[in-house]
Write a protein that binds this ligand. Structure first.
Ligand code: PEP
Length: 254
C-alpha cells in the first residue's frame, strides 16, 4: 500500500548528544500531535544511528541512514556497510542523493551495488533523483530523470522495486530556499509514476511512494502534499527544527 512518508535528512549536522536531543524533540512532537497516517523517519549521520535508534524505539519515528557502502564488508577504509547500518537500528537508507552524486562521484553503477546491499539487509532504500538547473531551464528534466531511473532502479526485479521509496529532488531546489512549485512537483511525480507504470504496470506504480525534496518547509508542505502524486517529503534543513518538521509531517491535514 502507498504510504505517506516524511523523512528528515540531517546531513552532516549535529553532534551525537545534539542529535539525540533532536530525536527526542521529534518523538515528543510527533507523539503529541503528528498526523498518525504519516510514517516519520529521521536520518542522522552514521555515528548517531545507534543512539538515535534507541531514542526513538517504542515511538512512531523510524530511523534511516544517509548512505551505505557498495560492498558488503572488507578492506574499504571509512566505509559503513548496509549490514552495519541495519545492526545499528536503521530501517531506511537514502541512496543517490545529489550531494553524493555531485561531491563524491557516485555513479549509477555504484548506486546499483548499494541498492543490492540495502535489499540484502532488508533496508528500504529512499532513492533520490532530480535534475540540475540548466536541464530544467532547457526543459529536459523529464529525459534526465528518466535516464537516472533507467540506469538504476528500473533494472531491479519487480519484487525489489516494489519495496523502495523514490524521492524527486530537483537539485536547484535543494538547500537554496527555492522550492519547486506545486505544479512542477506534480508534473514530475506524475511523469515518474507514469514511467513506473510503463515498466512495472499500473498497480506497482500506484503503490510506490514518491516524495518531494527541495526546500520543503512547514509553510509550503500543504501546497506540495495536496498533489495527488506527492506522497510526502525528504526534508533537509527544516528537519533540524522539530517545530518546522512537525508542521511538514502535518502537511497532509486539510
Ligand atoms: C535534501 O537534501 O534532501 C533536501 C531536500 O534539502 P533541503 O530541504 O534543505 O532543500
Amino acid at each position: 500500500m502507498r504510504k505517506k512518508i516524511v523523512a528528515g535528512n540531517w546531513k552532516c549536522n549535529t553532534t551525537v548528544p545534539a542529535g539525540v536531543e533532536l530525536a527526542k524533540a521529534v518523538v515528543a512532537a510527533v507523539n503529541a500531535s503528528g498526523d498518525p497516517e504519516v510514517e516519520v523517519v529521521v536520518c542522522p549521520p552514521f555515528v548517531h544511528l545507534t543512539s538515535v535508534a534507541a531514542e526513538v524505539t517504542g515511538s512512531r519515528v523510524r530511523t534511516g541512514a544517509q548512505n551505505c557502502a557498495a560492498e558488503p564488508k572488507g578492506a574499504f577504509t571509512g566505509e559503513v556497510s548496509a549490514e552495519m547500518v541495519k545492526s545499528a537500528g536503521a530501517e531506511y537508507v537514502i541512496l543517490g542523493h545529489s550531494e553524493r552524486r555531485e561531491y563524491y562521484g557516485e555513479t549509477s553503477a555504484t548506486l546499483n551495488k548499494k541498492l543490492a546491499q540495502a535489499f540484502a539487509q532488508g533496508l528500504t532504500p529512499v532513492y533520490c533523483c532530480g535534475e540540475p538547473l540548466p536541464l530544467r531551464e532547457a526543459g529536459s528534466q523529464n529525459e534526465f530523470v528518466k535516464k537516472q531511473l533507467d540506469e538504476t532502479i528500473f533494472l531491479l526485479p519487480e519484487a525489489d522495486f516494489r519495496k523502495l521509496v523514490i524521492a524527486y529532488e530537483p537539485i536547484w531546489a535543494i538547500g537554496t530556499g527555492k522550492t519547486a512549485s506545486a505544479a512542477q512537483a506534480q508534473e514530475m511525480h506524475s511523469f515518474i509514476r507514469g514511467a513506473i507504470a510503463d515498466k512495472y504496470g499500473r498497480k506497482v506504480a500506484d503503490e510506490i511512494s514518491i516524495l518531494y525534496g527541495g526546500s520543503c518547509k512547514s509553510s509550503n508542505a500543504k501546497e506540495l502534499f495536496a498533489n495527488p502524486d506527492v506522497d510526502g517529503g525528504l526534508i533537509g534543513g527544516a528537519s533540524l527544527d522539530p517545530a518546522d518538521f512537525l508542521g511538514i509531517v502535518n502537511g497532509f491535514k486539510g
